[in-house]
Design a binder for this molecule. Sequence first.
Ligand SMILES: [Zn+2]
Length: 179
Amino acid sequence: MLKTKYQQNHNRICNSPDCEELGLYPAPKSRNNLKEYYYFCIDHVRAFNKSWNYFAGLNEEELEVEIRKSVTWDRPSWKFGTKTINHDFEKAFKFFDEQKKIKKNKVIDKKLENCFKVLELNSDSTLKEIKSRYKILAKKWHPDAQNSVASTNNKDKFIDISNAYKTILKTFTKLETKK
Ligand SMILES: [Zn+2]
């Protein structure tokens, strides 16, 4: 009797180390090897998918090199892509998730830093300082406050200041709602 795909998957155990859930969700082993799958439970397939973007475009060998390069290694016999994936598998994914988060935060920080620069402020300025600085600068650079030549030349400056102010305010609002 032919088994359905569900029944086939139903007999599998999640490939993630120490997980005893059913491996109901297939995940391709690599972008270059879409016909071979790991089978994970719902939680682990999510973790796997999260890491997918980072690994995109790498074949298994390159993947292994990447992971070996970045993770402190205590099990040199471990090989990515074998059936006996051990704890390093999860460790590696967690590591890459963290790295991605750090990178993202840094990009945001840089953007924010630049906004403070536009307002000629330090990034540890208080909301009150930011507001009063914005008022001063907006008044100074407002197109209405200048003659027509200067107003055309400085149009971008006024827009930059407004955008920087908006971005900073947004960040502050987010911080406030998090508290
Ligand atoms: Zn699992």
